[in-house]
Design a protein. Sequence first.
Length: 561
Amino acid sequence: MQPTDITDCVQAPLTVLASRVAAATPANSAPQEAEAVQHFCKVFDARSDYDQIPSFNTTTAHAITPGTLVRFRCMVQDPGFGHEMYIKWLAIASPAPGAATHRFIKYTDQLPVLGDAEPVHYHSPDHVYDEKHLCYCVAVPGEQSWVDPLPSHTSATNAPGATDDQSNSRRRLALPDKHLPHQAAPAAVVKFYTADNLPRAAEAIEVMGVFDWTVHGDEDHEIELPCIHALYYHPLAWPLGAPAETPVQDGLQAQQAAMLTYLSRLLGQDDLAAHYLLFALLASTDHTHGLPVGRMVVNLCNFPSEAAADPLKLSPLVEQVAEGVGQVFPFTVGLPLSLDFLNSVRCSPKSDEHLLPGILQTITGSLLLIDETAMQSGQLKDQGVRNVQTLHQFLSEQTVRYEFPYQSIDFATNIRTVIVSEGKSFLPNDCRVPLHTTAHAAIKAQAANALSAPSLSDSTDLWPQWRRYLATCQTTDYTIAPAMAEKIQAEYVQERKQATGTTPDNQATNQGELSLKLTVAKLLAISRGLTTLDDATWAHACDLERERKDRVCTFDEAQRK
């Protein structure tokens, strides 16, 4: 592909589009319109070429020239932001003999200023209209900076015609009520020109389109918001944020050992806690017959607390863990359970005139880090009580409740969750892992000495391969062979016979323990690159569960004294 093609497509996409459909007429333009969009896809098919499109994620809207091409990695926050009728083919009032009778003006809100040779009757009945669908999109919540860094050679601030429009009082970078506290991130109204396969709420997508500003609000309160006229979009590939290259399966056991060492350092050299943190990063929930299967909500308790200067942020010690995990996991969202946070921030998205965000509205596969150490004495207000109820439902059912004016609708989701607490969490979880007393002391001592997060600077060179490691494990197919299933069933029956008490409650507990053990075995297997469960992995999973339960008993006994 010639460099001039890339330059023209970036700097003058509307001109390129118009030239690709110049021979078409309104009655037969569909094939040419599709070909014009496909042309852009071909021009930027190579990643190195695609990276030359200015990134809206890392460039302020005021520095982007209207009418130029941009790309935007985003989450659909509000898929129902509205609909607009627009003129796709503008009728020319008195065309010259043999000249076109219409001008193609799709992918823009601006009516062109034409010369005397092409007079326009703007109220002509011959204009061809169509409808576009509006979504409000925000940068993916919790996305780490390493996921899609801006290439050093790409800078929209140096693009021809770019100006600083901050003096224009009508222009706003975002709608305040569309963003949660401490989530100041790029946002844009994305306009889609087809009703087919529109993205859903909380879906992660990448958009390529024409940048401009669009008017929002009524006549008395009009503002202009960043806008992207979507030429093309696609869902972000799973696992999200993973580099294209992945390590071979044979090398995963060594990667697992290195990853566990890294996570153990983040948790005060606690190897058991590191295993379960890794399991939480790899777990994936499927909804079968309405039930969440494969869920692994981990409660790391006996974690030291330290008050945060800002009650709307994670406590410093939990933030330290979040920072370390964020170097290898692409999307991490923090939720501090302080009174100020619970009483002021919505957990559930809520529909008013438009859909307003909630902290649980995030993309599939994200990690939600709940900081229970941030709790303090005080009174929950109505919003806080609703938030706690929402969290209980979310953790129990893996559904996120969307509140609409006349009803609430629960949507199935798949969000990985770790709860960090001093004592036993009051929130539902699948397994509780008390930090060892030495780990608790190590994390506390680290805070007292004002040290930075452990092992971060020492592991910089290893982060890329660990990111690929997690991505590979998350996509590993896994099965249990019939012979292994029979063996596990026989062990379960034997343990039931030896257990004291046969009440329904006791039976339910045993079944729950078996289910958890099977989940631990699966996550341990895929963390080693195994596609099926073997004897050694099953035995190791049983040992981990025994050690965890022993530690829980010891911790609970100490709490009672």
